[in-house]
Design a protein around this ligand. Structure first.
Ligand SMILES: C[S@@+](CC[C@H](N)C(=O)[O-])C[C@H]1O[C@@H](n2cnc3c(N)ncnc32)[C@H](O)[C@@H]1O
Length: 380
């Protein structure tokens, strides 16, 4: 179990001590499998290898060797005030709505397209009739024999891999992927609105807030943060996802905005930033349960999250604003996330909100579809 230590009084850590030998993976474990370039599958794929403990973070030339963790001072002071449970609900809108859910599936509208996908949480009956469900433009088949687009069916007319979408006036591409994802997680809109608002307020005071977006996927949070006036560093292990995010930047008309696109393992990048003494005002983390860095580094949420959260604390500026963490498909409580953040952020003041991100159905008496756990630290 990783332990993190950081300075007792200051909210900004001292220069980190010499790295201490602490593996993120088991030294004697199998070497990591070849790194795939599959962005985002881990979110709800049931467990893409997450049960196994694989080889650790590469060190030097040996990708199977466990990595050393930075030694951080344990934080002192009181834990930030915990506010829980907090439920953040996304309601139907022009760009997106959850039309219906039930019997293990959900029917959504993304722009002009109606998309039908599996949904484990939807154990209740559907409200709409069969014709509505059968009228979907895209249907995820879950055919395990197929790769990529082959797992999608387009009953009405053949569709390409992408289609135009927008969020709050910002254009981007929806995208059918082999992991039943569509290039966007609409429930994240609750975080986007919150972060954009905080960035705008800071930017109005004359300085562009610095935002670090870890596990950034197709880049929507990065783009919205940049549009609101932030300088953004976006990190993802998948070259493909970085490519999609850059494409979205162009489509959004935000090419001139300051976004650094980094294809790297999130933990390695953050460790390097800590050593360099970099600082951020806003940090976003949307880690999968299990993932791999570009060099085969292993990400295991339960093992690595406390360390990563402790590292993010070490990256906070003298006037930090917020840290937002989302976790999907894990057997844990939002109280666990709150406790991880609470310990790492001792002495920072402010509040930690923890709860769930949910999506409300369209129509009368909407049911709330739970999508993920979240936890966020907010400066006060
Ligand atoms: C579920 S997606 C995040 C979704 C995104 N934040 C959003 O709301 O649209 C998880 C992302 O983490 C990336 N990833 C997986 N393991 C990683 C690692 N070790 N370091 C950095 N990124 C990783 C994947 O490539 C994927 O894009």
């Amino acid at each position: 179990m990783a332990r993190s230590r950081r300075p007792q009084q200051s909210s900004v850590p001292q220069e980190p001590r010499a790295p201490r030998a602490k593996g993120r993976g088991g030294a004697g474990d199998r070497p990591p499998a070849k790194t795939g370039d599959r962005p985002g599958p881990e979110r709800d794929a049931g467990n893409a290898g997450g049960r196994e403990r694989r080889g650790g973070r590469p060190q030097g030339e040996d990708p199977a060797a466990p990595a050393k963790r930075l030694e951080l001072e344990p934080p002192g002071g009181a834990r930030p005030r915990l506010v829980a449970p907090v439920v953040l609900a996304v309601s139907p809108g022009r760009d997106y709505e959850l039309l219906d859910s039930g019997d293990g599936e959900k029917l959504e509208r993304y722009g002009d397209l109606r998309v039908r996908r599996p949904e484990n949480q939807a154990i209740w009956p559907r409200r709409l009739g069969a014709p509505e469900w059968e009228n979907a433009d895209a249907l995820f088949t879950g055919d395990v024999e197929e790769e990529g687009l082959g797992r999608w069916q387009f009953p009405r007319e053949p569709l390409g891999e992408t289609w135009p979408l927008a969020h709050d006036g910002m254009s981007y591409l929806g995208r059918f992927t082999s992991f039943r994802h569509v290039g966007v997680f609409p429930e994240q809109a609750a975080h986007w609105a919150f972060v954009e608002d905080r960035i705008r307020r800071r930017a109005k005071q004359g300085e562009a807030p610095r935002v670090l977006n870890l596990f950034g996927y197709t880049g929507l949070a990065s783009l919205l943060a940049a549009r609101a006036g932030a300088e953004v560093t976006h990190v993802d292990a998948s070259k493909k996802a970085i490519g999609w995010a850059r494409e979205n930047q162009e489509i959004a008309g935000l090419s001139g905005r300051p976004i650094r696109w980094i294809c790297e393992d999130a933990v390695r990048y953050v460790e390097r930033e800590v050593k360099r003494g970099s600082r951020y005002d806003v940090i976003l983390l949307d880690p999968p349960k299990f993932g791999r860095g570009p060099k085969g580094e292993t990400w295991q949420l339960f093992e690595d999250l406390p360390y990563l959260v402790a590292l993010t604390r070490a990256l906070l500026s003298d006037t930090p604003d917020c840290v937002v963490l989302t976790a999907y498909s894990i057997r844990a409580s939002f109280y666990s996330l709150g406790a991880v953040m609470g310990e790492a952020f001792r002495g920072l003041g402010g509040a930690i909100e923890a709860g769930e991100l949910v999506i409300g159905e369209a129509g009368e008496e909407p049911r709330l579809l739970s999508t993920s756990l979240f936890c966020r630290w907010i400066a006060e």
